[in-house]
Each structure stands twice: as structure tokens, then as C-alpha cells.
Design a protein around this ligand. Structure first.
Ligand code: PEP
Ligand code: MG
Length: 314
């Protein structure tokens, strides 16, 4: 089975009845891009750009950032790059941006909340991404967006810069990882080009369990029906407006979750490169119509254990 997955890793992933699912890579550096493509990635579905900001004692300048993004684009050979703007703050402070103490950093100034307060930093990053693309497909997404105001501010900033640095193929979207974004998905879907569901944070905020909690984190299971219902709502809202939806949290790389995510209608799965051949193989074993039924059943269950049991029987 593994040999089969390996042998077909460079081919697209389609279910037996022809439903295509894009499988992309999550990257936390530029050096891994070529390797991810060799594993069969059809693009980068999440570039965690924090690595550029963590690597040095001061904020990286435009040239440094542009060079890193170019390195990724060059390895992609025309495939799309979904780059997430800087997602730090709270528990992930940067030495050169002191953040006042917060009692609940996960509920504090992090992600887009931080970068909107640092427009110069945000502009430099956006400029570097736009310059590096050189006509290649660039998708920019903003982390921790909780409502339309944050999204619109980020979009306006990007649009202004894109007028200066024209783009052949640019899409703008948001990470869906805050429950308010799920509840507002029908509104947001009218304005974004895509959604990418961050199941790590979405699970944490949906279930109110710290994703790194020493004793509770095992219960922060993305297969909890409450989380699956949120994914379902997000996909429905996006598709009603003709927009695509990815999942880029850990759940996308869980072979047990793949039939459920496909059945919920997720268009793209983005995961650690090592897991790509296996996830593509899982997709190929599926009958889309059966996966849709499986997902519908999962939504009716009462807990993560029941969903896992269902997925295992499947
Ligand atoms: C997520 O929250 O699911 C996600 C992909 O982002 P990160 O793990 O980097 O917070
Ligand atoms: Mg996140």
C-alpha cells in the first residue's frame, strides 16, 4: 500500500468517481519547498512566514524577505503559493516588539491584530511577497481574522500595494480559525477569494481548550463534531459564493480525517510534506458520494470518540 502511495505521489488526487482534491504542503522555511514538490505537493497551502522573523534579532528588511519568498516561488515551478502574513504575538513574542503582559495571550494581540497595529511591518511583508511573485500565482491570507473590519483593512492595504506592484495572479483570503469568522462566513465569503481553515486554532477556540495544555490538549480533537460542524458551515458559505476552501491545520494530515474532510466538500488539503503521498492515496480510495454520506453521519454524532470510531470502521 505504501509502495503504491509512493509510486503515484506525483499524480493528482482524484476520488474513484473523479472528484479532484488539491493536496498542498505546509512549510515553515524556504529550504523545504523543493523537497515538498518532490513529495507530490501541488503547491504550498500554508507558508508560515514566522521563520523569517524569528531568524534574526531585528525585523527582516524588504530585501531579506523578498529573497526568501523568491526561493519558495522558484522551487514551485508555477504552482501556487499561499503565504500567511506574520502570525505572532501572545505566546510567540518577538524580541524586537515588546508586547505588554497579557493574562490570556491566546486571546490577546496576535496574528492580524498585531500586524494591523504595525502597519509598516505589514506593508513591508506584503511588498516583499508582491515583488517576489513576478507574475507567479500568489495567494495571501491573513491569520486570526475574527470579522469583516480586520479583513477589509488588510485587503485595502494589500490592494493599494498591488496597484503599485501589479500582479498577474493574486488572490486574497483569510484563515478561518476563530469561531466568529465561521459564524460570519456567509458575509466574509462574498468578499474573500478563498478560506483556509486552521483547525489547530479553530479547535482550540471552539472547544475552549488550550492546544498546548499539558493534560487537556488530547481532548482538543479536530474530529469533534462541533468542529466538523464549523468546517461544514464554512465550506457551505464559501461554495455558495463560488469560493474555494482549504484545510491547513493538522487535521488535513490525519488519514482518518481525510474521508470526512473530502466528504464535507473541502477543496484543498495542506499538510506536512511527508504525509502527502499517503493523503493522496487515501483520496484515490474514496468514492466521493460515499464520503459525503460519511461526513453527513459524522455531523450527527455526539463526540470526537464516536467520530473516530465511525472513521475507523470506514
Ligand atoms: C492552525 O491554527 O490550524 C494553523 C494552521 O496555524 P498555526 O498552527 O500556525 O497556528
Ligand atoms: Mg493558527
Amino acid at each position: 500500500r505504501l509502495r503504491l502511495a509512493e509510486a503515484h505521489k506525483l499524480e493528482p488526487a482524484r476520488t474513484r468517481d473523479g472528484h479532484a482534491v488539491e493536496v498542498a504542503a505546509n512549510l515553515g522555511d524556504s529550504a523545504g519547498a523543493a523537497k515538498a514538490m518532490a513529495q507530490g505537493a501541488e503547491g504550498v497551502g500554508l507558508l508560515r512566514t514566522e521563520f523569517i522573523f524569528m531568524a534574526q534579532p531585528q525585523a527582516p528588511d524588504l530585501a531579506t524577505q523578498e529573497a526568501e519568498y523568491r526561493r519558495v516561488f522558484d522551487a514551485l515551478d508555477g504552482r501556487p503559493l499561499v503565504a500567511r502574513t506574520l502570525d505572532v504575538g501572545g505566546d510567540k513574542p518577538l524580541p524586537y516588539w515588546p508586547v505588554p503582559h497579557e493574562d490570556n495571550p491566546f486571546l490577546g494581540v496576535r496574528g492580524i491584530r498585531l500586524t494591523l497595529r504595525r502597519p509598516q511591518l505589514m506593508e513591508t511583508q506584503l511588498r516583499a511577497l508582491l515583488r517576489a511573485s513576478d507574475g507567479r500565482p500568489l495567494r495571501i491570507m491573513f491569520p486570526m481574522v475574527g470579522g469583516v473590519d480586520e479583513w477589509r483593512q488588510a485587503r485595502e492595504m494589500t490592494r493599494l500595494l498591488a496597484r503599485e506592484i501589479p500582479q498577474a495572479d493574486l488572490q486574497l483570503g483569510i484563515m478561518v480559525e476563530v469561531p466568529s469568522a465561521v459564524m460570519l462566513a456567509p458575509v466574509l465569503a462574498r468578499e474573500v477569494d478563498f478560506f483556509s481553515i486552521g483547525t489547530n486554532d479553530l479547535t482550540q477556540y471552539c472547544l475552549a481548550i488550550d492546544r498546548g495544555h499539558p493534560t487537556l490538549s488530547a481532548q482538543a480533537d479536530g474530529l469533534h463534531p462541533a468542529v466538523l460542524r464549523m468546517i461544514d458551515m464554512t465550506v457551505r458559505a464559501a461554495h455558495a459564493e463560488g469560493k474555494w476552501v482549504g484545510v491547513c491545520g493538522e487535521l488535513a494530515g490525519d488519514p482518518l480525517a481525510v474521508p470526512l474532510l473530502v466528504g464535507l466538500g473541502v477543496d484543498e488539503l495542506s499538510l506536512s510534506p511527508g504525509g502527502i503521498p499517503e493523503v493522496k492515496a487515501r483520496v484515490r480510495e474514496l468514492q466521493y458520494s460515499t464520503a459525503v454520506e460519511l461526513a453527513a453521519t459524522a455531523l450527527t454524532l455526539d463526540g470526537a470518540a464516536a467520530v473516530r470510531a465511525l472513521a475507523e470502521r470506514f
